[in-house]
Design a protein around this ligand. Structure first.
Ligand code: ASP
Length: 607
């Protein structure tokens, strides 16, 4: 038997017992004739004491960091207890030891605050995984996985695997493709998600499906994405939007409870996409803090339901007068910002990622007066109108951006988040869930002058909008006025779950009638032949009694990262890839040899 106990298990009540432990050498400390060793495994650390006699043996067989060691000895009360360690009251007085395997010196210390940089740790990920900090993340991931599975199992969902070698599923990214040796010149695509399969399972009558499943998307790896990632993918039939929202609120509440010990009993807020854009400039707003946007000036075609701007814009201040959009946020308690601080913020919004030309501001001074960066053009009573629109109080700083609608709205959203972060309003241990509903069904692709599906082509329009979709031609006459096309106002029967400003899940009620699905493909610019070639299997299935259905998928890696208080999903994946999609440990992707290429019928041209 290699061990009787783990290294995290023994307590003072076991004093006097003979035990055998096996693990990795964390540290070796010599004190004259005796030696202390910290032995580590997945469960913890136990101190070993090698007395004088064994010390001689140790000199002949010196221990090094990360050696695999087995010891037999007696649990003894420690004279110098360590309250930080669960096993800190005891040590093992070693009687026998055996070095099961040696280790070369590891390239970084296996400790919480290691001296290894990210690249090095990724190259030796198997060593990084020994670190407590990384282990805790994987444990949390497993806890979320278990909690989700238990919930879904209790609710009657069946875990059904779907294939990885498939034909393209459009989810808005490029496919990874796999050449087929047996079918030279032909390729499989790896699934961007099991979308069409889970819909087919509904046609087959498996009315509650789930899968914790890998998805593959060949995207540019902007901020913290992975080419392969995991979803908790679910689908149900005979449901409406409300049924899905309720079912998956239950799922997330259970995860909070079981994984974080948090009773999330508060109602989960719901917000239309339009309101999210209007109030936060963002379709996944962080609602842990206020600082809602004041829309001082905006184009009516984007927000036709909103009333006219509050402020008269013939101010003589060209920056505002000429802008399509002028938006503001009130930053609490910052009216005393110095020139240096406002200059720094101005530089911040001028960075290429934000892309604004400048920043205007109003200081709402504690004595009730106002001071702005554009005093010349605005008398104090007008400044007050803006400050009031932004809900600013005395002591606040109102930041104002002006420019083209899309860019300016995105910029104010980023600025709001940045200021929220700087003021400590985005706390990692505070959680706020939100449903965002009523997304536009279509987006306009200017390059191709056509509509594209905002979610995916299987998403149903809202019931009120189905007639518009069937009755109207998708052809966009005047590209400049695409927003006036009736399709621009069609809403999707779709929903995103947002947690602390991150989209953690998204789904929709699906189209289940062949004619509507054909109409959808046509709206996206597909000819009937192309639609048949690509999705004939689905169109066909819809003719054999397809039930009404809908579903959702949660981004499992992201959910774990947020619950773990981290910004990086990589920390929660056992073997992640780096920013260029490389596995630096395996050195993948890599070239394959000529024989493999030949078998696959592939020729690599000049790149
Ligand atoms: N397949 C979708 C996605 O990956 C989720 C869904 O609609 O259920 O985003």
């Amino acid at each position: 038997m290699y061990r009787t106990h783990t290294c995290g298990e023994l307590r003072i009540s076991q004093t006097g017992n003979q035990v055998t432990l096996a693990g990795w050498v964390q540290t070796v400390r010599k004190f004259g004739a005796i030696t202390f060793v910290d032995l580590r495994d997945r469960y913890g650390i136990t101190q070993l004491l090698f007395g004088e006699e064994l010390n001689k043996l140790l000199e002949e067989n010196p221990l090094g960091r990360e050696y695999v060691l087995q010891v037999t000895g007696v649990v003894t009360e420690r004279s110098n207890k360590n309250p930080q360690l669960p096993t800190g009251d005891i040590e093992i007085t070693v009687k026998e030891f055996s070095i099961l395997n040696k280790s070369v010196t590891p390239p970084f210390t296996i400790q919480d605050d290691t001296d290894g940089g990210e690249d090095l740790r990724m190259k030796y990920r198997y060593l990084d995984l020994r670190r407590n900090a990384v282990k805790k993340n994987l444990e949390l991931r497993y806890a979320v996985n278990r909690s989700a599975r238990n919930y879904l199992h209790e609710k009657g969902f069946m875990d059904i695997e779907t294939p990885f070698l498939i034909k393209s599923t459009p989810e808005g990214a490029r496919d990874f493709v796999v050449p087929s040796r047996m079918n030279p010149g032909e390729f499989y695509a790896l699934p961007q998600s099991p979308q069409t399969f889970k819909q087919l399972l509904m046609v087959s009558g498996y009315d509650r499906y789930y899968q914790v499943v890998r998805c593959f998307r060949d995207e540019d790896l902007r901020a913290d994405r992975q080419p392969e990632f995991t979803q908790i993918d679910c689908e149900m039939c005979f449901v409406e939007q409300e049924d899905i929202l309720e079912m998956f609120e239950g799922l997330i509440r259970q995860i909070f409870k079981e994984v974080k010990g948090i009773d999330y009993t508060a109602a989960i807020e719901r917000m239309s996409w339009e309101d999210a854009m209007w109030q936060y400039g963002n379709d996944k707003p962080d609602i842990r803090f206020g600082m809602k946007i004041a829309n001082l000036k905006f184009p009516g075609y984007v927000f036709p339901e909103k009333s006219a701007p509050l402020v008269s814009w013939h101010s003589g201040f060209k920056v505002f007068d000429d802008a399509e959009t002028v938006v503001a946020v009130a930053v609490p308690g910052c009216s005393e910002y110095s020139r240096k601080q406002t200059d720094e913020l101005t530089d911040w919004v001028k960075r290429p990622q934000i892309g604004m030309l400048g920043l205007a501001f109003i200081k709402c001074l504690p004595d009730g007066s106002f001071k702005s960066s554009f005093d010349k053009f605005f008398p104090e009573d007008k400044l007050k109108v803006i400050a009031d629109a932004a809900n600013a109080k005395a002591g606040d700083l109102v930041l104002i951006l002006a420019g083209p609608e899309e860019r300016t709205r995105k910029a104010i959203s980023e600025l709001r988040l940045e200021m929220g972060k700087r003021l400590g309003l985005r706390k990692a241990d505070e959680f706020k869930l939100l449903w965002v509903l009523d997304f536009p069904l279509f987006e306009y692709d200017a390059e191709e002058n056509r509509w594209v599906a905002r979610h995916h082509p299987f998403t149903s329009p809202r019931p009120d909008d189905i007639q518009t979709m069937i009755g109207q031609s998708p052809v966009i006459g005047n590209a400049d006025k695409y927003l006036e096309h009736p399709y621009a106002r069609i809403k999707a029967n779709a929903y995103d779950m947002v947690l602390n400003g991150n989209e953690i899940g998204g789904g929709s009620i699906r189209i289940y009638q062949r004619n509507l699905q054909e109409k959808m493909f046509a709206a996206l610019g597909m000819s009937p032949e192309e639609a048949l070639r690509k999705f004939g299997f689905l169109l066909g299935a819809f003719e054999y009694g397809a039930p009404p259905h809908g579903g959702i998928a949660f981004g499992f890696d992201r959910l774990c990262a947020i619950l773990g208080g981290s910004e990086s999903i990589r920390d929660f994946i056992a073997f992640p890839k780096n920013n260029s999609g490389r596995d630096v440990m395996l050195d993948a992707p890599s070239a394959i040899d000529a024989k493999q290429l030949e078998e696959l019928g592939l020729v690599i041209g000049d790149l």
